[in-house]
Write a protein that binds this ligand. Structure first.
Ligand code: S3P
Length: 169
C-alpha cells in the first residue's frame, strides 16, 4: 500500500501549490477536500459558508475526509480547518503521512491578501484573524507526522522538503 501524502496548515501556507508541485514530481493525483465539497454541493466554499454556515461546512468536510481516505497513494490538499476535528486527523493518519506546513501569520497574510474568496478572511484585520486561528489550532496542527517551518520559503523549497522527509520514511 502506498500511503497518502496529506498537507495541512493555515490558509496561505501554499498547500495547493505544494500539492501541485508534488503531483508533478511524484506523478501522484491531488485531491482537495475543498474541491471535493464544492463539486458535491455544486457551490463555492464561500457560498456554502454564506448559505449554510460553518457547522454545515464542517460536517461536509468530515464526510469528504472519510471518502477521500478510501484512496491510496494520492496527495490530499486539506482545507485549513480540517484539524479542528480530531476524528479527521485520525482518519487522515490511517493510511497517510501528514505534513504541517507551518509559517508565521505575517508571511501567510502576504500570500493571501490579494485573494478574497476566503470566508474566514472577511474581517477588518485578516492578519489578526490568522493569528487567532493559529493560536486555536496550533496544538492540532502539531499532531502531524512532520512539521515544516516554511516562513520565507518558496513552493519549490517546501515541496523539496516534503520529498526529503518522504525519502527518510
Ligand atoms: C478554512 C480554510 C479554507 C477553506 C475554508 C475554511 C479554514 O481552505 O476550507 O474557507 O477554516 O482555515 P484553505 O486552507 O485551502 O484556504
Amino acid at each position: 500500500m502506498q500511503k497518502n501524502i496529506v498537507l495541512v496548515g493555515l490558509m496561505g501556507a501554499g498547500k495547493s501549490s505544494v500539492a501541485r508541485y508534488l503531483s508533478a514530481k511524484l506523478d501522484r493525483e491531488v485531491v482537495s477536500t475543498d474541491a471535493f465539497i464544492e463539486e458535491q454541493q455544486k457551490k463555492s466554499i464561500a457560498q456554502i459558508f454564506r448559505d449554510e454556515g460553518e457547522p454545515f461546512f464542517r460536517k461536509r468536510e468530515k464526510e469528504a475526509v472519510k471518502e477521500i481516505v478510501k484512496r491510496e497513494g494520492i496527495i490530499i490538499d486539506c482545507g485549513g480547518g480540517v484539524v479542528i476535528d480530531p476524528v479527521n486527523i485520525q482518519n487522515l493518519k490511517k493510511n497517510g503521512v501528514i505534513f504541517y506546513i507551518s509559517a508565521s501569520p505575517g508571511f501567510l497574510y502576504q500570500k493571501i491578501k490579494e485573494k478574497t474568496q476566503r470566508p474566514l478572511m472577511e474581517t477588518n484585520d485578516p492578519e489578526a484573524r490568522l493569528r487567532q486561528l493559529l493560536a486555536e489550532r496550533e496544538v492540532n496542527y502539531r499532531k502531524a507526522d512532520h512539521i515544516l517551518e516554511t516562513t520565507g520559503m518558496t513552493i519549490e523549497q517546501i515541496g523539496g522538503a516534503v520529498i526529503k522527509k518522504l525519502k527518510k520514511e
